[in-house]
Design a protein around this ligand. Structure first.
Ligand code: SAM
Ligand code: SF4
Length: 329
């Protein structure tokens, strides 16, 4: 069992299988992103071994993320191997995706024991969607979401609240998700990586989103605790769960149960801090996993108490230079 120095049990890993993506969302990436050379990226076999080592160490839940995980070649092989671990230590295998490849992979995901997925969708307006993603196809994503629904996957839509961009769509998103029986979670934009514009210009506190929802719907706090950062409400008219992830207005680190692994095998003990441990070296240095486990145990003890995101940085204040596609969400 992995336990950090604040007695938090680490039972959840998020694994980014690629930093590449077919979208360029304005809050996630800069327009001219450079991606890692393929030679630096762990093979699918290495990712599988890494995940299995964490399962041996007591990890129960695993989320595959990116970049866009479904653009990685042969990615279903990894899902297939990890799906076989369900009931053998692993309790849940999930995915965060932009939805662009779901029409192709929804059934395979379900067959590989993925039962729930998170799909990121920030707008229901085709043109606005194009603007946010810097030119991606809204219809393809909705087709993918519906394919996933038909394949039997439970869907949660993740929406980043963006000031002046999708703030007039909050109620429409609640309605659309309610009609389709999708859970919905709003996220505050986090100041990660240079994106060519000021974060404060994008930032919409979720207190405002909540107030907006209350103008049309009755919501009550839901006691549901997932161990994750979201606080939930129940929306009575749509009979749906709505989550709020508020790294800026509320620090949720006291119950954090997760670490994140990048596609090059770096383990970040906190999304909002730069400290990391290289797992590629111990993974490649020895064929048995003892050394790797030792390195993981030691690094977990460095997991910090919490992040310190600040949306409006003063000139010399430190910020997280890493873009979100490195560690995924
Ligand atoms: N490409 C996949 C997707 O978009 O779902 C998975 C990776 S993406 C980095 C994971 C999640 O991070 C998405 O829900 C996205 O909206 C969110 N995200 C990206 N950059 C963010 C930022 N700066 N602040 C808050 N959320 C962010
Ligand atoms: Fe790609 Fe996801 Fe980042 Fe959008 S949020 S650019 S889909 S990695």
């Amino acid at each position: 069992m992995l336990i950090d120095s604040f007695q938090r049990k680490i039972s959840y890993i998020r694994v980014s299988v690629t930093d590449r993506c077919d979208f360029r969302c304005v809050y996630c990436m800069s327009e001219d992103m450079e991606f890692l050379p393929k030679k630096d990226v762990l093979s699918l076999e290495e990712l599988d071994r890494l995940c299995n080592t964490f399962i041996d160490l007591g990890v129960k839940k695993l989320r595959i993320t990116g970049g866009e995980p479904l653009v990685r070649k042969n990615i279903m092989q990894l899902f297939s191997n990890l799906g076989n671990k369900i009931g053998q230590g692993l309790e849940e295998l999930t995915l965060t995706t932009n939805g662009s490849q779901l029409a192709r992979y929804a059934k395979d995901l379900f067959d590989n024991k993925v039962k729930r997925i998170n799909v990121s969708l920030d707008s229901l307006d085709k043109n606005k969607f194009k603007k946010i993603t810097r030119n991606s196809d809204f219809n393809k994503v909705v087709k993918g979401i519906m394919a996933a629904k038909n394949a039997g996957l439970k869907i949660k839509i993740n929406t980043v609240a963006l000031k002046g961009i999708n703030d007039n769509e909050i109620l429409d998103l609640v309605k659309w998700c309610g009609e389709n029986k999708f859970a919905l979670t709003f996220i505050e934009v986090m100041p990660m990586g240079e994106i060519g514009e000021k974060r404060i210009d994008q930032y919409m506190p979720l207190t405002e989103v909540r107030s907006l929802i209350k103008t049309r719907y009755s919501i009550t706090d839901d006691p549901l605790k997932t161990g994750g950062p979201a606080k939930y409400v129940h929306c009575h008219e749509t009979n749906q769960k709505i989550g709020f992830i508020t790294p800026l207005t509320h620090n949720f680190c006291e119950t954090c149960n997760r670490v994140r692994i990048t596609c090059t095998g770096k383990m970040y003990m906190c999304l909002g801090q730069e400290d990391k441990e290289d797992l590629k070296k111990p993974l490649r240095e020895s064929e048995n996993n003892d050394l790797l486990k030792k390195v993981i145990y030691k690094a977990i003890l460095r997991k910090p108490k919490g992040h310190d995101f600040v949306i409006e940085r003063k000139k010399d204040e430190k910020f997280v230079p890493r873009h979100m596609n490195v560690t995924g969400g």
